[in-house]
Design a protein around this ligand. Structure first.
Ligand SMILES: [Zn+2]
Length: 220
């Protein structure tokens, strides 16, 4: 069994997203891309608190279960489609966090307001059209609106965040929730809050990837 390192990372990630208040009940899921091109993903319907290593499921990119006694997350198609679309993505965190869910019902996009969001998310967060959860239609819509940024909002549903490591993907999920909260709160005070320009976001993102991110000890 070669999945041990990644299994520990996923179980830790489940604790992290619960502690960060990104999760309500059992909704949400986490996956990592394995070196052999398969993915390790959380199971469907098991509470994060009681999830064990043997509950995690290995699937191939066609969605076939290769190992594990549980059913893989019902959003497996979204995970495989993102990995096929974005070769830089090695981990995905999907949650139904509060402010992302509010945005998912009320707005079409979330412009970035602060430099930390620009550094970690890398561009305006788009909201998809509504598609039924668990379907390929939703997966296709998600990659279309994700583009090359690190988070996307799923209409009337939640958020998906991605990264080159699981630590990056968790950080993107936390920052996506922050981006949604800041924008919703700003709109309460000012109907057109000042937003960072795409040029400025690009500059900040480069500074982060070339310098700040290297100072962090993200687990590969
Ligand atoms: Zn979901």
């Amino acid at each position: 069994m070669t999945k041990l390192k990644e299994s520990i990372q996923i179980l830790q990630a489940c604790e992290d997203i619960k502690e960060s208040n990104l999760v309500f009940g059992t909704w949400g899921n986490v996956s990592v891309l394995l070196e052999n091109g398969n993915l390790l993903i959380t199971p469907s319907g098991i509470p994060y608190d009681s999830m064990r290593e043997e509950d995690l499921v290995i699937c191939d990119m066609d969605g076939n279960v290769l190992s594990g006694s549980q059913n893989p997350s019902s959003e497996l198609k979204m995970h495989t489609t993102i990995y096929k679309f974005r070769s830089d993505v090695k981990a995905i965190v999907h949650t139904h966090s509060l402010y992302a869910s509010i945005v998912s019902a009320a707005l079409k996009e979330v412009p970035l307001l602060t430099e930390d969001l620009a550094m970690t998310i890398g561009g305006t967060i788009k909201v998809t059209d509504y598609k039924t959860p668990g379907t390929q239609e939703l997966a296709d819509e998600v990659v279309k609106e994700l583009g090359n940024v690190n988070a996307v909002i799923l209409s009337n549903h939640g958020q998906a965040a991605v990264g080159p490591t699981l630590d990056d993907a968790i950080l993107a999920a936390v920052m996506c929730e922050k981006a949604c909260m800041l924008y919703v709160k700003s709109l309460e005070i000012n109907k057109s809050p000042r937003v960072l320009s795409e040029d400025e976001i690009k500059k900040l993102r480069s500074t982060y990837t070339d310098f700040y991110r290297k100072l962090r000890n993200f687990k590969e």
